[in-house]
Each structure stands twice: as structure tokens, then as C-alpha cells.
Design a protein around this ligand. Structure first.
Ligand SMILES: CCCCCCCC/C=C\CCCCCCCC(=O)SCCNC(=O)CCNC(=O)[C@H](O)C(C)(C)COP(=O)(O)O
Ligand SMILES: Nc1ncnc2c1ncn2[C@@H]1O[C@H](COP(=O)(O)O)[C@@H](OP(=O)(O)O)[C@H]1O
Length: 379
């Protein structure tokens, strides 16, 4: 099979196979260990994955521009950038309308699907036993944050309650206060739990509404449940991987050839990072004219970290400026790893919700790159 056909196969299959691998890991009982590494509020998820289209745009475009030069064919280089910009614009618009919003006041497609299949922003704070509902926010931190927000809203609108609601209002505020102060279950009876939940739901929708998107619901401490919720993470990671692999086809061969041609230079820069150990330096200070103890300590303890930092800066600048394809490949591996974690984390979504997120990204990127396949094959 030619290298172009291999790349085609990888481009088409890597995301579905990654999701399938996640399911197999779960099926064979290895999912629990992987799920333990997953942190919704972690730096990687909050700063990189959730803002992944920004990072992917930045690194992708830096590579497209850095590797655009085709020797002696500036016209072809410009045509390629124009084609990449067209593909990128289509995928960015699709990313936006599927995850951010279709229009002012109109939620994104993934939330419209959810709402039209019966989904809602719930406030099932207490379960039937009068304890805080474990499914409400999924973690103690998020539950405490949500309850504090609900408590603030109810307190802010305490005077807006009519006589009938006043009693329910004070019981709701009191129950939430109990949980916030003791971080344990409030003394809410089973019969009262449903009434308090319903009151909190009505108040939050009244004062903070409309809560018709997952972002608004999450922002105001609600629980987005009850409908078919396509996985935004599966959609986003698939879209990003398909874009990076698709554009890698344009410049990948040239970029990797350039990287291979400079392999020894890069290897030398990497080994210099480790060539600064204090013992190694101490031994080198011996020699024919041994140095004073102070001078040897300076050479062994101060100079190595400085030399290491300088070597790291040189290596970073070399990769960022001359071999950004390394950063692109690192980003690709990160998104695939996050896609695997999302597939393993079965408690977040059903398989159908994963598949709908995958198909939503896969179909659009598949059409975009299939249309340009002929032009890409000539690359
Ligand atoms: C010569 C031509 C040059 C072309 C110029 C291109 C330059 C490229 C550089 C930058 C362009 C950037 C354009 C895109 C901007 C993207 C901005 C962002 O990504 S900001 C992040 C906004 N989103 C968020 O903050 C996260 C919101 N959350 C979500 O979207 C969802 O949580 C989720 C989709 C991440 C997960 O879904 P859910 O099911 O968990 O709700
Ligand atoms: N790989 C991953 N790492 C961390 N959190 C993840 C994740 N995949 C999904 N999640 C979290 O699981 C929830 C459902 O994700 P999605 O709907 O995008 O598949 C989201 O929670 P939040 O939206 O409350 O942050 C998301 O942050």
C-alpha cells in the first residue's frame, strides 16, 4: 500500500478506533484506573481541551505558514494556503455552531439536540433520603460551588417572595446553609426534598433564566440532564485531530524530511540538557589546576542550572521556529489521549452520545478533506 493510502487510512480511522479502544479498555476492566486520572476541573481539560480549537488553530496555522514554501513555486504555495484557509474556515464555523452557538440567543447544535430530546437544566439538589444528590454535580467541589451560587440567588431575591413562597424559601435557604456549613446532609425529610428541589428549580429559572444551553446551566449551578447530549469532548477532539492530520498531509512530508535532516543537531541540543549534572561538573573542575572549593561549588551548583536553562531555551526556540511539526504532533497525541479518556469515562455519556459527537465532527471533516483529496494526493 502506498504511503498516501496509509496516511489516508490513518486519517480516516484514528478517531473511531480510539473511541473503540476506550470501550475495549472498559470492557476488559482497565477503565477504572484510567478514569481515576481524569479531572474535569484539571488544567489540561480547562485550559487545553476546552479551549482546544484555539490551540489547534494556533499550532496548525503556524505549521501551514512555516512549511508553505515550495521551492520555486510561490504560486502553488499561495494556492495551498488559500485551500487550507477555506478548509479551516469551514471547520471553525462548524466548531462554533455545534459547540458555542448558532446565533445571538440561539444555543449551539449540541444543546438544541439535547433540549429537543427532552433535556433540561435540573436542580435536583436533594435526593429522596434528604441527602445531597450525588448526581447533582458529580463532585463535592462542584456541588459546594453550585449550592453557594444557588444560596446567593435565593438570598438576593428573598424579599421578592410572596407569602406562600416565604416558608418554602426559608426552608430551602436553611437546608442549603446546613450543607454549606457542615458539608454533610441537611436535615431535609424525604417529603420536603421534592418540594425544596422544585422551589429551587423554579427560582433559578425565574431569576437566572433562560437556562437553555449547557454553558448557562453549568454557570448557574444546574445539572444538564434528561436528553440526548452529544459529547462535546468527543466532537471537539475528533474535529481537532481530523484538522491536524488533514493539514499534515499538505506539509508533513517536507516537515518530517527537514526534521530528519537536522536529527543530529537536535539530538545534540537534547543531550546538552543533561550534560550539566553537578557531580559531572565537579569532576571536570579537578583537572591539572584544581580550583578552590568555592569556585568548584559555584561551577557545580550555580552554573549547571543556568546552562541547562539556556540549553532548554535554545531547544524550545529551535522546535518552535524551525520544527513546529513536533508541537503539532504533540498536540495530536494529547487530543487522541483525551479522546480515549472521554470514551473510557462511560459515566459522563452513553455510547450513543459519544457516537453522535464523533459523527458530527467526522462527517463534516470527512467531506471537507474528501473534496480536496485529489489536490492533497498531488502534494
Ligand atoms: C494566512 C491565514 C492565517 C489565518 C489566521 C488563523 C489564525 C489562527 C489563530 C487563531 C484563530 C483562532 C480562531 C478560533 C478561536 C477559538 C477560540 C476558543 O477556542 S476560545 C474557547 C471558547 N470555548 C470555551 O471557552 C469552552 C466552552 N466549552 C465548550 O465549548 C464545551 O465545554 C466543550 C465543547 C469543550 C465540551 O462540551 P460539553 O459537552 O462538555 O459542554
Ligand atoms: N478527557 C476528559 N478530561 C476531563 N474531563 C472530561 C474529559 N472528557 C469529558 N470530560 C468532562 O465530562 C463532562 C462531559 O463532557 P462532554 O459532554 O464534553 O463529553 C464535561 O464536564 P463539564 O462540562 O461539566 O466540564 C467534561 O469536562
Amino acid at each position: 500500500m502506498s504511503s498516501s493510502k496509509w496516511f489516508n487510512a490513518v486519517h480516516l480511522l484514528v478517531c473511531p478506533v480510539t473511541v473503540l479502544l476506550g470501550y475495549l479498555i472498559n470492557a476488559y476492566g482497565y477503565g477504572t484506573a484510567l478514569q481515576a486520572t481524569l479531572n474535569k476541573d484539571g488544567l489540561v481539560n480547562a485550559v487545553f481541551v476546552k479551549k482546544g480549537w484555539f490551540w489547534t488553530s494556533l499550532v496548525g496555522w503556524w505549521c501551514i505558514i512555516r512549511y508553505r514554501a515550495v521551492p520555486g513555486a510561490t504560486g502553488r504555495g499561495r494556492r495551498r494556503i488559500a485551500q487550507s484557509l477555506k478548509r479551516y474556515t469551514i471547520l471553525t464555523v462548524w466548531w462554533y455552531v455545534f459547540t458555542q452557538g448558532i446565533w445571538f440567543g440561539v444555543g449551539p447544535i449540541m444543546d438544541l439536540v439535547f433540549v429537543y430530546t427532552g433535556g433540561h437544566c435540573h436542580y435536583d439538589v436533594f435526593d429522596n433520603a434528604g441527602h445531597v444528590n450525588q448526581d447533582f454535580q458529580g463532585s463535592v467541589t462542584r456541588t459546594q460551588r453550585a449550592l453557594a451560587l444557588i444560596h446567593n440567588v435565593l438570598t438576593l431575591h428573598g424579599d421578592d417572595q410572596d407569602h406562600h413562597e416565604k416558608k418554602l424559601w426559608s426552608r430551602s435557604v436553611g437546608s442549603i446553609q446546613d450543607v454549606l456549613q457542615t458539608a454533610e446532609s441537611a436535615n431535609v425529610t424525604a417529603s420536603a426534598a421534592a418540594g425544596i428541589n422544585s422551589f429551587i428549580h423554579d427560582q433559578m429559572h425565574r431569576w437566572q433564566g433562560p437556562l437553555t444551553t449547557s454553558a448557562q446551566c453549568r454557570r448557574f449551578g444546574g445539572h444538564w440532564a434528561g436528553g440526548h447530549d452529544p459529547s462535546g469532548h468527543v466532537f471537539l477532539t475528533t474535529l481537532m485531530c481530523m484538522f491536524l492530520l488533514g493539514e499534515l498531509r499538505v506539509f508533513g512530508r517536507r516537515a518530517l524530511a527537514h526534521l530528519y535532516a537536522q536529527k543530529w543537531h537536535l539530538l545534540g541540543m537534547v543531550t546538552r540538557l543533561f550534560d550539566t549534572g553537578p557531580l559531572w561538573t565537579w569532576r571536570r573542575c579537578g583537572g591539572a589546576r584544581p580550583m578552590s572549593c568555592g569556585a568548584r561549588l559555584w561551577r557545580a551548583l550555580v552554573e549547571p542550572p543556568v546552562a541547562c536553562a539556556a540549553a532548554l531555551l535554545r531547544l524550545t526556540r529551535c522546535i518552535a521556529c524551525d520544527h513546529p511539526v513536533v508541537v503539532l504532533l504533540a498536540l495530536l497525541v494529547t487530543w487522541l489521549w483525551q479522546l480515549l479518556l472521554t470514551a473510557v469515562a462511560s459515566h459522563f455519556h452513553t455510547v450513543r452520545e459519544h457516537i453522535s459527537g464523533l459523527l458530527a465532527a467526522y462527517l463534516v471533516t470527512g467531506v471537507v478533506y474528501a473534496r480536496d483529496a485529489a489536490a492533497l494526493r498531488l502534494v
